[in-house]
Design a protein around this ligand. Structure first.
Ligand code: NAP
Length: 535
C-alpha cells in the first residue's frame, strides 16, 4: 500500500528567493510548512543558471533581501553586479542563518497538485510518487525556470558535450583549445559569449535575432565602499520602493522629443557610461512608448555598436532591425561587442544560413557543416506560465490550470486564480516583476498577511472571485496598451516557438508601476480581503 500523505499547513514549491523568504515568514505564523525543491540545494535561478558569466544585472545592494537588518550587517557584496557563485553563496548563507533547510525537502520535483473542495486543501504528488497534503499551496516556481531547447533535428546525435545554460553542470567546464558553439543571443547568451570568448579556442555564435545590449560597468566593491553602502541601505531600499520597477533607476520625467539634440545626446552618453539599467529604466519617459523617441535611442545605440565592432558587415548583423531599443529585455554586457573583433570568433546569422540539423560532429547550416567540441544552448525559457504548465495543477471540478490559461493567464492581483482556491502564486503572471527580490518581498508579505488573516478568522477557503479576476486581468491588459514591448515577440509577450502553442502574443506581465501595484494590494488587505471569497 502506498504511504499515507504527509500533512502540512502549507506546501511551498521552490526554494529560490521567493520560497526561502516565504518559509521564513510562515514560520513566524507558527504554521507547519514544507518546501519542495527539485534541485539538490537552495537558490532557484542562481542554483540552476551556473553558466559562465552569469551575474546580476541589478546592483547587488539593491537585489539582496532587505527584511533583516542583521543579514544586511553580516553580508558583504564584493562586486557591484554579483556573479552567480557569490549569489548562490549568499542564498546558502541566508538558508543557514535562518535555519531554513530543516523544512526544505530537496530532490523533490512536484508532478501534480490537485485541489479537493471536500477537504479544502491540496494533494501534492512528487515525480517519485510521494504524497503531501496541505491547506494552502504556494507556488514559488519563478517566471524563468523552465528551460527550453530549440526544435532542431539531430540534437541527440552530437558526440561532443552540450549544455543548456539553465541546466549547467555543477563541475567546471573549460573552453581552452575547444571549438565552441553558442546558440542564442538573449541576456544569457550575451553573458555566456563574453565569458567563453576569454579562453576559447574558437567560438561560433549562431544568432537569430540580435538584441540591443548596453554596458554593465561592473566593478569590485572594496571593504570601505561596502561600509558606505551599508550605511546607505535605508536610502537604497527606500528608493527601490519609490521607483517604477523597484530598480535604483527610474524614468526621467522629460520626453526625448522636448530637449535639444545636444542635450539628448549628452543624456544618452551619460546613461551609456553609467552602471546598470539606467539606459533602459532611467531614460526619457517616452522611449518605450513613443516610436520617434524610441528611434532616437535606438539610433544612438546603433552608432555605439558600429564604433565598437571593427567589421561593419558584422556590426550591421548585430544591430537589431525588427525591434527598437528596450522593447525586449536589454542584455547588459562587458566587452560583448569587442568579442566580435577577436580573430577566433565567428558570427553566423541563421536568417541567412539557417541551421538544418545538429550532426555527430557539430552543426550543419544551409551552406556548410561546422565542427564543435561543445555546443551551448542559450535558448531561453518557457517563461511566466511555463513553470506552471509543467505541473499538473488541477482546481475545482477537475479544472486544469494549463487549459484554463490557454488563451493567456487570468489572475487576481497576479496572486490567485479563479477555480484554484487556497493556491497563491509568488511572482506569478500579472505581478510586478522589475527588480525581482523587491517584488518578491512585497508579494511574500502580502500572501503571509492573507494567510494570517485566514488563521485569525477561522477561514479555511480563500478563493478569487470571477469579478475580481476579470477586473484585474482587464486592468493588466489596459496597462499594456501603447507599450512598444507588447508589439514585439519575446518571452515577455509569451512567445517561445520551441514550445507547442506558445506562438501567440499574450499580456503576461503587469506593466504598471510597482508603487501602484502595492497600493492596490494594500487596499485589498485594508478592506479585509472583501474582494476574495472567504469561508
Ligand atoms: P531569451 O532572452 O529568450 O533568449 C533566447 C535566445 O535564444 C534568443 O536569442 C533566441 O532567438 C534564441 N533561440 C531560441 N530558440 C532558438 C532556435 N530554435 N534557434 C536559434 N535561436 C534560438 O532567454 P535568456 O537569454 O535565457 O534570457 C531570459 C531572461 O532571463 C532575460 O531576458 C532576463 O530577464 C533573465 N536573465 C537575467 C539575467 C540577469 O539578471 N543577469 C541574466 C540572464 C537572463 P530569438 O530572439 O530569435 O527568439
Amino acid at each position: 500500500m502506498a504511504d499515507a500523505p504527509q500533512e502540512f499547513d502549507v506546501i511551498v514549491i521552490g526554494a529560490g528567493i521567493s520560497g526561502l523568504y516565504q518559509l521564513y515568514r510562515l514560520r513566524e505564523l507558527g504554521l507547519t510548512v514544507r518546501v519542495l525543491e527539485a534541485g539538490t540545494g537552495v537558490g532557484g535561478t542562481w542554483y540552476w543558471n551556473r553558466y559562465p558569466g552569469a551575474r546580476f544585472d541589478s546592483e547587488s545592494y539593491s537585489y539582496g533581501y532587505s527584511f533583516s537588518k542583521e543579514l544586511l550587517e553580516e553580508w558583504d557584496w564584493t562586486e557591484h553586479f554579483s556573479p552567480q557563485p557569490e549569489t548562490l553563496r549568499y542564498l546558502n548563507f541566508v538558508a543557514d542563518k535562518f535555519d531554513l533547510r530543516r523544512d526544505i525537502q530537496f530532490r523533490s520535483r512536484v508532478a501534480a497538485a490537485h485541489y479537493s473542495d471536500d477537504r479544502r486543501g491540496w494533494d501534492i504528488t512528487l515525480e517519485d510518487g510521494s504524497r503531501f497534503r496541505s491547506r494552502f499551496l504556494i507556488t514559488a516556481i519563478g517566471p524563468l525556470s523552465a528551460p527550453t531547447m530549440p526544435r532542431i533535428p539531430g540534437i541527440d546525435s552530437f558526440k561532443g558535450r552540450s549544455f543548456h545554460t539553465g541546466k549547467w553542470p555543477h563541475e567546471a567546464v573549460t573552453f581552452e583549445g575547444k571549438r565552441v558553439a553558442v546558440i542564442g543571443t538573449g541576456a544569457t547568451g550575451v553573458q555566456t559569449i563574453q565569458e567563453v570568448a576569454k579562453t576559447v579556442g574558437h567560438l561560433t555564435i549562431f544568432q537569430r535575432t540580435p538584441n540591443w545590449c548596453a554596458p554593465l560597468h561592473n566593478g569590485k566593491i572594496s571593504k570601505e565602499e561596502m561600509a558606505g553602502i551599508r550605511a546607505e541601505y535605508p536610502a537604497i531600499f527606500k528608493r527601490c520602493q519609490e521607483t517604477f520597477s523597484c530598480f535604483l533607476h527610474t524614468p526621467d520625467p522629460r520626453s526625448a522629443l522636448e530637449v535639444s539634440d545636444e542635450e539628448r545626446e549628452a543624456f544618452f552618453e551619460k546613461l551609456y557610461a553609467e552602471k546598470g539599467f539606467g539606459i533602459w529604466q532611467g531614460n526619457f519617459k517616452d522611449i518605450l512608448t513613443d516610436r520617434k523617441a524610441n528611434a532616437l535611442i535606438s539610433d544612438f545605440v546603433a552608432r555605439k555598436i558600429r564604433q565598437r565592432v571593427k567589421d561593419q558587415a558584422v556590426a550591421e548583423k548585430l544591430i537589431p532591425k525588427n525591434h527598437g531599443f528596450g522593447t525586449r529585455r536589454v542584455p547588459l554586457e562587458t566587452r560583448y561587442y569587442e568579442v566580435y573583433n577577436q580573430p577566433n570568433v565567428k558570427l553566423v546569422d541563421i536568417n541567412e544560413t539557417p541551421i538544418e540539423r545538429v550532426t555527430e560532429n557539430g552543426i550543419k547550416t544551409s551552406d556548410r557543416e561546422y565542427e564543435f567540441d561543445i555546443i551551448i544552448y542559450a535558448t531561453g525559457f518557457d517563461a511566466i506560465t511555463g513553470s506552471f504548465d509543467r505541473i499538473d495543477i488541477e482546481g475545482e471540478g477537475g479544472l486544469k490550470l494549463k487549459q484554463h490559461w490557454k488563451g493567456g493567464p487570468q489572475t487576481y492581483l497576479g496572486v490567485m486564480v479563479e477555480g484554484f482556491p487556497n493556491m497563491m502564486m509568488l511572482m506569478g503572471p500579472h505581478t510586478a516583476l522589475g527588480n525581482i527580490p523587491r517584488s518578491i518581498e512585497y508579494n511574500v508579505e502580502w500572501v503571509t498577511d492573507l494567510i494570517r488573516y485566514a488563521r485569525d478568522h477561522q477561514i479555511s477557503r480563500i478563493a478569487a472571485t470571477p469579478a475580481g479576476v476579470k477586473s484585474w486581468t482587464d486592468h493588466v491588459k489596459s496597462l499594456g496598451v501603447g507599450l512598444l514591448s507588447n508589439e514585439i515577440d519575446s518571452w515577455m509577450t509569451g512567445i517561445n516557438r520551441n514550445v507547442e502553442g506558445k506562438d501567440t502574443r499574450i499580456i503576461a506581465r503587469y506593466s504598471g508601476s510597482a508603487p501602484a501595484y502595492r497600493e492596490r494590494c494594500d487596499a485589498v488587505a485594508a478592506n479585509d480581503y472583501r474582494e476574495l471569497a472567504l469561508a
